[in-house]
Structure formats: C-alpha cells, structure tokens
Design a protein around this ligand. Structure first.
Ligand code: CP
Length: 303
C-alpha cells in the first residue's frame, strides 16, 4: 500500500482490506492525532460530493494535515481547456497525495499514471469507488462481527452504481452470496457476474425484494444515478421502482443492517431512519476513520 495509488478496489488484497479495517477501528477510538502534520493532501472534485470530500477533509484535518483543492472544477483552469493530465502533473508539485473524483470512467487510472504522488480514486464515473467500499466493509464487519459468508442484497441502480461494483469485487473474497434486485434497465453488468462465476460464487437476480428480504444480512440500497442517464424519460421510468418502507423491515433477521452510500433521494422513506436496523448515517461517519486508515497507510505513517 505504501506509496501506491488506490484506483480500483482490486489494487488491494484481502490482507490489505483487513489491515485497513483494523486501522479504521484504531482511528475510531482515537481520531485526533498529529500524524499528518506537515503533509498536504489535495482534493480535486470534478463532480459534486458531500460525504466523500468532506469526510476526507475531516480525516486529514483531525490528523493535523493541510488540505488544498476544489469542489467546483469550473473555478479551475479546466474551464480554459487544461487537460486532466497537465492538471495532475501540476498538483503533484503541490501535494503529497491527491484524492480525485471525476465523471469519466478510467480517469483515476489515467491520473495515477501522470502523477508523481499517489492518487486515491474518490469515484470515477460508473466504474469504481474503492474508499466507499472500505468504509462499507468496516460497517459490515462492525455490525455483523464477520465479513465471511453473508447474504448481501444490492438494490436499485446496479448498472451505474459504482459503489456496488467495488463492493461486489471486495466481498467476493469473503464467500458472500449476492442478491441483485434491479429493473432490467439497471442490471448488474455482465463483467461482474462473470467475475463471480469464475470464483464459483452464488448470485441471484430478482425483480423485487419484498418477499425475500427476510434472508438478508445486509440490505444495500442505492440511488438511481440520474446524472448517468442520457435519456431523461428512461430515468423517470425507473427512478421510483424500489422504495424501502419501515414496515418492510418487520420479520427480517435480527442482525440485518440497511446500508446506503447516500445521498438518498426517495428510495428509503424517512420513517426507516429511526429503525435500529438503519445504519446509513453511522456508515457515513465510519468514512472518516476508514479514510484516515487509507491515507496514513499510503503515506507509510502507521507503525
Ligand atoms: N457516498 C458518496 O460518494 O457520497 P457523496 O457523493 O456525497 O460523496
């Protein structure tokens, strides 16, 4: 991990995941330390974000580091036509590590080839969101006591949802049984199902989850990614297909936790928020600790 970019969740091994989760627990106990004093972290967000950017920035601030960057690329020389490659070369001169979100799939890999400092992918189009996955895994481990052999239900936009793509790749190392619940238009792409086939892992595709929710350990709800649709009529057709309501959680497993990378639009009604099985707000808080673990591991600061 030391000195290396984190572009895809596959850049890390199972042992790396476990190391990050162990460190996340340490940072959760003691999030305010001076480990990053003297370090400058750049956060370059070419796409909107609340949780990812602010939890990265909070993670760095709490560890005594400094942040430079932008949340609106319209205020940068990208608006004058500067290429991503040039921008990354320049920001490499100003920082020890770059956190980047960009709408184009593959942009983070490209940036990691141009940069002279490590790049952390904070989401590249519909492709990957590896730091979200590590905080999701931390949330799963904390609530289930294990990562092995769980029944994970992924609901909603499985085509454009980068969080489910990364999570599937990581959890496929832990004998997970997957359930994919989506409309035909938003099915899990074949490449991910082929990956599970190659590993001999079970997955099931469903049109609805009301009758099968009782089997779930983790219900991972997702937003339909409006910004990825080229046809607004298609978005209108699928945007309200799955809505989790509080009464649907009756007769579910005791250990069930509802996760959501957030933001939500209307796929979870607000009455679910008070249910003990709703975990998405704590999940977002876990992002600070997981990102502290990731940053300090890449910078080689954990002894
Ligand atoms: N989960 C997540 O990526 O949220 P933001 O888009 O607010 O960063």
């Amino acid at each position: 991990m030391v000195g290396k970019s984190l572009v895809s969740i596959d850049d890390y091994s199972k042992e790396d995941y476990l190391k990050i989760l162990e460190l996340s627990a340490k940072y959760e106990k003691n999030p305010k330390q001076n480990i990053l004093q003297g370090y400058v972290i750049a956060t370059l967000f070419f796409e909107p974000s609340t949780r990812t950017r602010l939890s990265f920035e909070s993670a760095v601030n709490q560890l005594g580091g400094r942040i430079i960057g932008f949340s609106d690329s319209g205020t940068t020389s990208a608006s004058k036509g500067e290429t991503l490659s040039d921008a990354i070369r320049i920001v490499s001169n100003y920082s020890d590590l770059i956190v980047m979100r960009h709408p184009v799939e593959g942009s983070a890999r490209w940036a990691s080839e141009m940069a002279t400092v490590p790049i952390i992918n904070a989401g590249d189009g519909a492709n990957q969101h590896p730091t979200q996955t590590l905080l999701d895994m931390y949330s799963i481990k904390k609530t289930q006591g294990t990562l092995e052999g769980l029944e994970i239900f992924m609901v909603g936009d499985l085509k454009y949802g980068r969080t489910v793509h990364s999570l599937l790749m990581a959890m496929s190392k832990f004998k997970t049984t997957f359930h994919f619940i989506s409309p035909d238009e938003l099915k899990m792409p074949d490449e991910y199902k082929q990956h599970l086939d190659a590993l001999g892992l079970k997955y099931h595709e469903h049109k609805d989850f009301t009758d099968i929710i009782a089997e779930a350990d983790i219900l991972y709800m997702t937003r339909v990614q409006k910004e990825r649709f080229s046809d607004p009529i298609e978005y209108e057709r699928v945007k309200n297909v799955y809505i989790l309501k509080n009464e649907m959680l009756e007769n579910t497993k005791k250990n069930l936790k509802v996760l959501h990378p957030l933001p939500r639009v209307n796929e979870i009604t607000v009455d679910v928020d008070e249910n003990k099985k709703a975990y998405y707000f704590t999940q977002a808080r876990n992002g600070v600790y997981a990102r502290q673990a990731i940053i300090t591991s890449i910078l080689g600061l954990n002894k």
